[in-house]
Structure formats: C-alpha cells, structure tokens
Design a protein around this ligand. Structure first.
Ligand SMILES: [Zn+2]
Length: 475
C-alpha cells in the first residue's frame, strides 16, 4: 500500500521520532484478569489444497498469552489491556519480555549477515494508540486512518508483541518500499525463525483490514510463527479462518457468487501447480466470472481475479450464460451429420442436454468442437479439450461435415452396457482421482456404461448424471 506524499513527510518529520520512538512506560494499573481462550469451531474440511493445510485451531483471546489474536474484529479484552514490558536492549522501544528476547536474538543474527535492524516502534498503550489514531483521523479522515492505524484496543502494538522495524539509515521507513531494503528483505525471509511473522502482507487488506506493512512484525513464539509461515496462509486471519474486517456482511446467495467454506487459496490458474495470489478466508463471498475448468472456478475477490478449487465453494450460483440476441445468419442445414462446429460465445459444456446439468468446462468463443452424435432438444453432444459434454446449439455455428475436426470417440450407444458397483464409488468429472467428485454411487448399484474405458476408468450414467468411475470397483 502506497502512502500518500503528505503521509511520508509527516511520518518522517513529525511522527517517527515524536510518536513512535517515545519511551512508553508500562501501565500495570490497567492490567486486569485475562479472558479465557475461546475455541472456534472448525469446519470438517481439513485440507484446502496441497499448499495449505487447515487443522483445528484455537483462537487465543487471553491477552497475556504470546499467541493472543487481535484485529479489528477481535479487540483486546479488556480493551485497555496493558502488559508488562521491558526496554529492548540498546533502544527505548518497549516490548513484552518474551518478544524483546526473541527480537534481540533476531537482531544479532541479522548483524551476523551484515544487516542492521532498527527498532522503530514497539508497545503502545491504549492512550498512546488513541492519540495516534486521532492524529491520523484529523489528517486523513477516519476511513483512511483505520487502514493505516488501529482503533485503540485493536492494535497489536498494545499487546507488547508487535514491533515496527526499519533500516539504521531510515531508508523507506514505514513505507511499502521497505520490503526491498536490506532489513526488509532479511526480516521477510528470516523473522519466523525467531517467532515473528510479517502480519500485514501485500494484497491481504480485505482479509486483515490493514494495508501492506512489510515493517510490522508480530511475535507469536517460534512454534506458531513457523506453523503460520509453513501453512502458506498469507495472514493470521487466513490461518485461523476468520476475518479481520469489521464491516463483514452476512453471506448472500446471489447470482454469480459463491461462498468459501474453508480458507481457500486463489491461484493464477486452475490447479494447485499455479501460484497463490491470496488466501480467501472461510465464509467470504466471491464473484464468479462464469469460467470453470476441471472443477476450478475463476473468481474475483479483493479486486483480484484468480482460480479456486470448487471443492471449497458453497452456494455456487453461476452467472447467466452469455445472451446473444443477434439473429443467426449462419446456415444450419446438414447439422444432423455435422462433425464439427464453432462456438459463437464463451459456452458452457454440461454433463447433459439442458442448463440444469452440471458445467464440465467453459469453451471459449471461436473454438472448434467435435460433434459426437445427434442433437437433443437443441443441444449437441460435443468433445472439446479431451472432455465430452453437451452444449446449447444456440451458440454453435459453422457446422462442418468434413473430417477436419479432431476424431471424437464415438459414443458406444449400441454397446451400452451396465455394471454394478462393488463399493461406494465416487463418480468424477473425468478420468482420475484428481477430478472433481460429482456424486458417490452407493455399493451394489447398477450404472450404465456410456462408452469406452479409458485408463481403467468408465464413462457411466447414474441417477441422471454422467461422469467417470474407476473400473476397479465395477463388476
Ligand atoms: Zn506496526
């Protein structure tokens, strides 16, 4: 998050010294009885994908604990909580002793690598935070102030477990460019080894409620810090599966949206091999673009577009199919024995003839599809990208009966046979266990085999749905 120019000047000139580096005495009088840890029920979903394991996690609300969880939705309780703090060695920045010790250890390790970390700001009392927040609110207004500073009682600095760090020469102090300075790079890479995590990562504002702060590190203890780092979660909120945004509206079931039912990685493409853009917390609403591929959905969230696994989406309501009200000029004769056609719009391929059938994938506009058989109620059985399915004839043109189309596997309608399941058997969207499960066929049921076996899997029909099952469990 870029800071406005005015911010840089006032920060550097007025605030760095005056507000951040001031000695802040602990106020033990405010310390009161700790709240007990609250257990947050976890969904039965344990793994989002190979990159992010979600285990049952307890959210610590006891402010006296090193792993206390604090954000805009989880204020400190009591709100004026004040920990015992000590001065960090060689500075007037104060932290809780556990964090101070770990910080000193980290500074020494960095020094060995020739990197000099400077402590900029540590513990801030409720009252100090109130001053700071009011100061920002006066300058920038409450809305912007709340993106860069915390409402008193919701700051990690009030726990005595958070520290803002900088370079000894002040380069890029409290600015996003700090990430590319020697200290920024070093702490980004190593802080977790000393029990600290970069709390407000880039692109996570809608999750954490805070702009990117590559200088703000939160002490959690080494075991939790490493666990968070290794989980792949891009925020502590994502790690716990909660939100940091105060204005968190209840999920709505509206057209073109879905809800996440786990902390879910949004990736650059459909599949876990693609780069993670951000982690969407559980229970968030995402916008669906209408594109779907191998069980993955293209979604928009937090002004980013990427792909998420459909396994962890609920209340999925795809946006309406592209409506083309232009009259067809393409001749549609001889379509009965056509071998191929072209799509005139981004076109959903479905498991059957009709929009009530599940979408197998979306074929981009202008692509050639192979027609596998006879038209049914205006829908064609087609093959595209190695998948079989049905598409609406409304969005097909340039029907051709020449053999230029990719050879489609002829549906063996004449040889359609039936088999019995010998176990509860997952019917999937394609061949292989990586494909999405459509439904589970109970043991002992009869399925219709729709075509030829492929790599040991059969295309079958059961309960009105088409899909693939492993031949191992058929007799
Ligand atoms: Zn900070």
């Amino acid at each position: 998050m870029k800071q406005p120019r005015a911010f840089k000047i006032s920060m550097a000139a007025a605030l760095s010294a005056a507000l951040f580096a001031t000695v802040l005495p602990a106020n033990p009088a405010l310390a009161t009885a700790p709240a007990s840890a609250v257990s947050v029920p976890q969904a039965q979903v344990l793994a989002v994908d190979s990159g992010l394991q979600i285990a049952a996690k307890k959210i610590q609300r006891n402010p006296s604990k090193d792993d206390v969880f604090v954000n805009k939705k989880y204020p400190l309780s009591p709100v004026k909580y004040a920990p015992k703090t000590v001065a960090v060695k060689g500075t007037n920045v104060r932290l809780r002793s556990s964090a101070a010790k770990a910080y000193t250890k980290m500074v020494k390790a960095a020094a060995k690598d020739g990197v000099k970390i400077r402590a900029v700001s540590g513990y801030r009392s409720y009252n100090r935070q109130a001053e700071l927040f009011n100061y920002y609110s006066r300058i920038y207004g409450k809305s912007y102030a709340s993106r860069i500073s915390a409402v008193p009682g919701t700051s990690e600095h009030q726990t005595g477990l958070a520290i803002d760090v900088g370079n000894a020469n002040g380069a890029c102090g409290l600015q996003a460019c700090f990430a590319n300075t020697p200290v920024g790079k070093w702490v980004g890479k190593n802080a977790h080894k000393y029990g600290f995590i970069m709390r407000y990562q880039k692109g996570q504002e809608s999750v954490t409620g805070y702009a990117y702060e590559p200088w703000h590190f939160r002490y959690l203890g080494t075991s939790l810090a490493k666990s968070v780092k290794n989980s792949g979660a891009k925020s502590l909120e994502a790690y716990y599966g909660v939100s940091g945004k105060k204005s968190d509206s209840a999920p709505k079931k509206s057209k073109g949206t879905a809800q996440t039912n786990a902390n879910l990685n949004m990736r650059t493409g459909a599949g876990t091999g693609n780069r993670v853009l951000l982690t969407i917390p559980r229970g968030k609403t995402v916008q669906l673009t209408g594109s779907k591929k191998s069980g993955w959905y293209q979604v928009r969230y937090s002004s980013k577009t990427g792909w998420v696994s459909g396994k962890y989406l609920k209340n999925v309501s795809m946006p309406s199919a592209p409506k083309k009200d232009t009259k067809k000029s393409t001749p549609q004769k001889n379509t009965s024995n056509a071998k191929s056609a072209k799509t005139t719009a981004n076109l959903n391929m479905r498991t059957g003839a009709g929009t009530s059938n599940r979408i197998v994938l979306t074929i981009p506009q202008g692509k050639k599809v192979a027609i596998r058989g006879a038209k049914k109620s205006g829908w064609y059985p087609v093959k595209y990208a190695g998948k079989n399915g049905w598409v609406s004839g409304t969005y097909l043109s340039s029907f051709s009966s020449s053999g230029t189309a990719p050879k489609a596997t002829k549906p063996k309608t004449s040889k359609s046979s039936s088999k019995k399941t010998i176990a509860n058997l997952n019917m999937r969207t394609g061949v292989g266990t990586s494909k999405r499960v459509i439904l589970t066929i109970p043991k002992g049921k009869t399925v219709t085999v729709r075509g030829a076996k492929k790599s040991g899997w059969y295309p079958v029909k059961y309960a009105g749905k088409n899909g693939w099952v492993s031949g191992k469990y058929l007799r």
